[in-house]
Design a protein around this ligand. Structure first.
Ligand code: ZN
Ligand code: ZN
Length: 309
């Protein structure tokens, strides 16, 4: 199994256009960008998770073939708004050589997706249901590649939010990759336990006083990771929404979230808010070590390609 992080940023990417905060100013100055989070999985068949609004640039950057299936985690724009870009795989083939792409989402996510993209169904997208706890049916899924949706809690609005577990069983070996997407928790507390690899949301460093966005902070990911015990982890969906001490008036922006009780190191010091890839990775390394998590963990950056097994 091999994965490519097509994007690793939050709903509006990083830096956000015209955002005056210290994180976005710094990212502009060093030219570091994150597109909207999306994952490509090569597991015997190529699987695309979350065709977001940056999909055209992402599939062109890696010259990706037609996916054998598309998994949509929920009905927020940054997770499905690129579906129309998949038309390139239909338009540029002879008609006899075409089959619609199996596309899975929770039944409560489909109405919003269909409202926008009904014209793609069924000619481009073969609409299929993804039900929590029930392995997905239909090719490319079968005995050698099992995909099981996991119900996640991403707040009251996106009712159809899901994570996915992809299990590759070949040559007597099994490998289980989990993908959380946007969440504050899983509905079944241990639904993502004991995976070989977990791709985990990390939207904030510090848990906010009010988490209206219903996203996972690194702070709140710590007890989940301790319970789930993945073999390794990758963090995605990074944002600039932590407040940064001293970064006034940016901290007054609607999107900035003040911490409830910031994550602290063993000396009682709050960790500095990371602004770029290197400082995010250094922070993750320190936080996990300081909190007793012996876990290989990488902060994903766009284009990162990893052979998992
Ligand atoms: Zn999102
Ligand atoms: Zn979302």
């Amino acid at each position: 199994m091999e994965i490519i992080f097509l994007g690793s940023g939050g709903a509006w990417g990083l830096p956000e256009h015209q955002c005056p905060c210290a994180t976005c100013r710094h990212l502009r100055s060093i030219g570091q960008r994150r597109m909207r989070t999306s994952l490509w999985v090569e597991a015997g068949a190529p699987i695309l998770i979350d065709p977001g609004p940056d999909l055209r640039a992402q599939i062109m950057a890696h010259d990706l073939p037609r996916p054998a299936a598309v998994l949509i985690t929920h009905e927020h724009h940054d997770h499905y708004l690129g579906l129309d870009e998949l038309l390139c795989y239909r338009r540029n083939r002879p008609p006899a050589d075409w089959r619609p792409i199996p596309t899975y989402a929770h039944p409560q996510a489909w109405p919003a997706i269909e409202q926008r993209f009904a014209y793609l169904i069924p000619s481009l997208l073969d609409k299929r249901p993804a039900l929590p706890g029930q392995p997905l049916e239909g090719a490319p899924f079968g005995p050698e590649l099992v995909c099981t949706p996991v119900k996640t809690d991403h707040g009251p609005v996106p009712k159809g939010s899901l994570g996915y577990i992809l299990e590759e069983r070949r040559r007597g070996r099994e490998y289980r990759l989990g993908y959380t997407s946007d969440l504050v928790r899983t509905v079944e507390p241990l639904a993502l336990a004991y995976l070989d690899c977990l791709v985990c949301q990390c939207h904030f460093l510090n848990e906010p006083q009010v988490n209206r966005a219903n996203h996972l902070s690194l702070q709140n990911a710590l007890p989940l990771l301790k319970a789930w015990r993945p073999g390794r982890a990758f963090f995605v969906h990074l944002s600039c929404q932590d407040t940064i001490p001293g970064d006034e008036p940016a901290n007054a922006m609607l999107k900035k979230y003040a911490p409830a009780a910031p994550l602290r190191d063993p000396q009682g010091q709050a960790y500095p808010i990371p602004r770029d890839q290197a400082s995010w990775q250094a922070t993750v390394d320190r936080v996990l070590a300081d909190h007793g998590l012996e876990l290989p963990a990488l902060v994903a950056l766009d284009g990162l390609r990893v052979k998992l097994c």
